[in-house]
Design a protein around this ligand. Structure first.
Ligand SMILES: [Zn+2]
Length: 230
């Protein structure tokens, strides 16, 4: 049976960077992958106006999804203003009810970025809402069997990896081709060498599990009950 994986990120580029290699690998194995970015990250460029960067970010998100064979959904929340509310969670829940994912990947719940925290909360709450009966909801409920937090240098407080996914060369190459289109990942916005960091991180994690490359994740645990209900 075809697997489905959904990745929920705060800004266009977050899940592409961190979950992207794993999504590329799963697509190569026949899975359906859906990237859901809650904001477009349009305020993240020191020179371009949000209006200019917004269109570029949308292009970058679509380019990446095409490069790895994923679907791309950009919710239209304002960068830096992603609310922590039921409306965002219900949008995620709707996508979960429709696509019935086997795996959901999102940010860790602690981050230097509020949008990352709120995206993680929306993803966890969305998974909860999708799993329970709701009066008047026409779609069948769906419980996501596996929820993983991706390793991200911006979300490291208390993050302890417990799951490692080997990344084959072809998946890495597709990830690199797609992420290289993202200006921020090339270090052109605030200078952090994202592509070098995550390429090296995959080598380091690969060493730990006996593969050339791997990505690390943390299984969602009891934190999801406190954040997302019941
Ligand atoms: Zn971000």
């Amino acid at each position: 049976m075809t697997k489905t994986v959904i990745a929920v990120g705060g800004h266009i580029g977050d899940m592409e960077l961190t979950a992207g290699p794993t999504l590329a690998k799963m697509v190569l194995e026949g899975a359906r992958a859906i990237i859901v970015d809650c904001t477009w990250g349009e305020r993240g460029h020191p020179l371009l106006t949000p209006t200019e960067y917004r269109e570029q970010k949308l292009h970058e998100g679509r380019f990446f999804a095409d490069a790895i064979g994923a679907e791309f959904v950009a919710l239209d929340y304002s960068d830096g203003f992603l609310p922590d509310d039921e409306a965002v969670a219900e949008q995620i829940a709707q996508i979960i009810r429709e696509s019935k994912p086997d795996v959901m990947i999102t940010h860790w719940i602690k981050s230097m970025h509020r949008d990352h925290v709120n995206a993680a909360k929306a993803a966890l709450r969305g998974a909860f809402l999708a799993s329970i009966p709701i009066e008047g909801e026409p779609l069948a409920r769906h419980s996501v069997p596996s929820i993983l937090h991706a390793e991200n240098w911006e979300d490291m407080e208390g993050f302890e990896a417990d799951t490692f996914v080997p990344i084959p060369d072809e998946a890495f190459d597709r990830w690199l081709a797609g992420i290289s289109e993202h200006a921020f990942a090339r270090g052109e916005t605030y200078g952090f060498r994202f592509i070098d960091y995550y390429s090296a991180l995959m080598q380091v994690k690969g060493c730990l599990v006996g593969h050339q490359r791997a990505c690390a994740f943390k299984n969602a645990g009891t934190e999801k009950f406190a954040l997302a209900g019941p």
